[in-house]
Design a protein around this ligand. Sequence first.
Ligand SMILES: *[C@@H]1O[C@H](CO)[C@@H](O)[C@H](O)[C@H]1NC(C)=O
Ligand SMILES: *[C@@H]1O[C@H](CO)[C@@H](O)[C@H](O)[C@H]1NC(C)=O
Ligand SMILES: *[C@@H]1O[C@H](CO)[C@@H](O)[C@H](O)[C@H]1NC(C)=O
Ligand SMILES: *[C@@H]1O[C@H](CO)[C@@H](O)[C@H](O)[C@H]1NC(C)=O
Length: 181
Amino acid sequence: MDRGARRYLMLLAVLVGFLVMSDGKKSKSRFSNIKCETYNKTFADFETCKLKLLGRGIIGVQVHLKLYILPIDTVSANLSIWRRYNSFQPFLHNSTIDFCKFVKQTKKLSFERLVLDAISSRSNLNHSCPYTHDIIVDNLVFSDTFLQTLPLPQGEYKIQMLFATENIWRVRVDIFILRDE
Ligand SMILES: *[C@@H]1O[C@H](CO)[C@@H](O)[C@H](O)[C@H]1NC(C)=O
Ligand SMILES: *[C@@H]1O[C@H](CO)[C@@H](O)[C@H](O)[C@H]1NC(C)=O
Ligand SMILES: *[C@@H]1O[C@H](CO)[C@@H](O)[C@H](O)[C@H]1NC(C)=O
Ligand SMILES: *[C@@H]1O[C@H](CO)[C@@H](O)[C@H](O)[C@H]1NC(C)=O
């Protein structure tokens, strides 16, 4: 395994470790909040942006983004992880990708792939551009029992996702994760 791959595996392990939604016994990580913001309500607006308790400590993300100007041919996504000290500080990862290219690429392991595949699998985003419809994410949960036991620092984390079309930032979604010791 080369260094890049190992680094991604580590990121993946760390991330999934944070996001494990278990029965609440072994892992105490959970989604704690979600915030959605649109920069231009003529272009897009959130009809739904919330967490929902799906059962036994399992929390799902639900998002419905209404898009008013279609079709959408270009999408950039910028992902970063933040950890809270007194305020949120950048942590581990920060990158911008061409989302339309990305969905067509082969499945190379990466942080973006992990996050965006997880989102895609629970949404209507899993097809190539253009997008001609609202974006709906339904009951997104992360789980992987194998990674539950990873020793991760307790704390509060935030995954920030910014999406642009035609090089204009349009919407922002912040997902907050709490990890107890
Ligand atoms: C909002 O988006 C619409 C449609 O793309 C555009 O016509 C308008 O100028 C934008 N408004 C601002 C303040 O950027
Ligand atoms: C992300 O990286 C860019 C440049 O690579 C930097 O300017 C920016 O402050 C970083 N943001 C975060 C949240 O790490
Ligand atoms: C991600 O977006 C933020 C906010 O626009 C920006 O500060 C940062 O530089 C971007 N990161 C990269 C790697 O482009
Ligand atoms: C996305 O769709 C492709 C083909 O339609 C499928 O092979 C792939 O597993 C899907 N990915 C996810 C994350 O659902």
